[in-house]
Design a binder for this molecule. Structure first.
Ligand SMILES: Nc1nc2c(ncn2[C@@H]2O[C@H](COP(=O)(O)OP(=O)(O)OP(=O)(O)O)[C@@H](O)[C@H]2O)c(=O)[nH]1
Ligand SMILES: [Mg+2]
Length: 305
């Protein structure tokens, strides 16, 4: 499957909701743009979780441009696409690699957001680029977490560094980076336990992991990636805001976009968080990761072919 078809397939629930609703707004004779029409269009955007602020901005543009006129569906779809592309615009932001030496990546987020699975996906991508990868199992909280990452590492051909159950996550990160340097690996990815931004001591633990990284590899971590679960919608965003305030995140990976009709949440994330969306997760296998390209994303949202 091509990248665009894969994206469309992953977004299919959102695409279906959006396009069915847009079609329902119109009759073959077109439709007068009045307040009633604008309200219907607004609720439709809200349903995909685009958020009040982005949706209002889109509606205002359409009101200004079309009020009092009879429009047909393609005109509205075109303006929706233009507006959404503007709202989501970002440079395509792949990994920020170290200028010299290994690239160190820390992955964090709330419980169950998709951290460990996303690490497997990134590992698959790096290994396909002939890079040598070391994984650090700094989620020492649950024995099953170490096991899960170990299975992925073995399957994908990465080395894994683990610690005793319950041991200090920062010491595991230390060991993982030391091993990365020892075997001259290109990438070190450190998995962390899920946590809530309200758990002060756990947030401090992330800080400690960061510090340890910086001591062994100056300028690192090169990426602190926040994994967001797309299915949690608007809730996830307020959580994420706190998260990025306490741990300096460098980018977002939006996981589980395939499972939701609320893919519009991506728009809110781009609008409200001053962070690039680097990749999107579109399934449960190690291959289900796509570079996030905002223009392609918007095109896929409206492409039912
Ligand atoms: N459909 C779908 N499922 C996903 C995706 N990413 C992760 N999952 C599933 O989400 C569940 C949780 O994923 P994990 O990777 O274990 O999440 P985590 O953040 O490491 O969880 P904790 O370590 O417990 O905090 C698993 O069942 C994954 O298979 C995705 O992009 N699409
Ligand atoms: Mg995990």
């Amino acid at each position: 499957m091509g990248i665009f078809s894969k994206l469309k397939a992953a977004l299919s629930k959102t695409v279906k909701l959006l396009n069915t609703d847009v079609r329902d707004l119109f009759k073959s004779s077109g439709r007068l743009v009045d307040e009633e029409f604008l309200e219907e269009l607004f609720s439709m955007l809200i349903k995909t979780d685009m958020g009040v602020s982005a949706s209002s901005e889109i509606i205002d543009t359409i009101r200004k441009q079309f009020r009092g006129r009879v429009v047909h569906m393609p005109e509205i779809v075109d303006i929706l696409k233009v507006k959404l592309k503007q709202l989501m615009a970002q440079p395509i932001a792949p990994i920020n690699y170290a200028a010299k030496g290994p690239t160190v990546i820390m992955v964090c987020g709330v419980n169950g957001s998709g951290k460990t699975t996303t690490i497997a996906k990134l590992t698959r991508m790096f290994i396909a680029e002939q890079k040598k990868v070391v994984l650090g199992a700094s989620d020492t909280f649950r024995a099953a977490a170490v096991e899960q990452l170990t299975i992925w590492a073995n399957r994908l051909g990465a080395e894994i560094v683990t610690g005793q159950s319950g041991s200090d996550p920062a010491s595991v990160a230390h060991k993982a980076i030391a091993r990365t340097l020892e075997i001259n690996a290109d990438i070190c990815i450190v998995d962390t336990a899920g946590r809530l931004q309200t758990q002060k001591n756990l947030m401090m633990e992330l800080e400690k992991i960061r510090r340890v990284m910086g001591k062994l590899v100056p300028e690192s971590p090169h990426e602190v990636i926040l994994i967001l679960d797309a299915t949690t919608g608007q809730n996830g965003i307020s959580q994420a805001k706190y998260f990025t305030e306490s741990v300096k995140c460098t980018g977002i990976i939006l996981a589980k976009l395939d499972g939701t009709a609320k893919g519009g949440v991506t728009v809110t994330i781009r609008k409200q968080m001053n962070l690039p969306v680097k990749f999107i997760g579109v399934g449960e296998t190690a291959d289900d990761l796509e570079i996030f390209d905002s223009d392609k994303f918007v095109d896929a949202l409206f492409d039912e072919s």
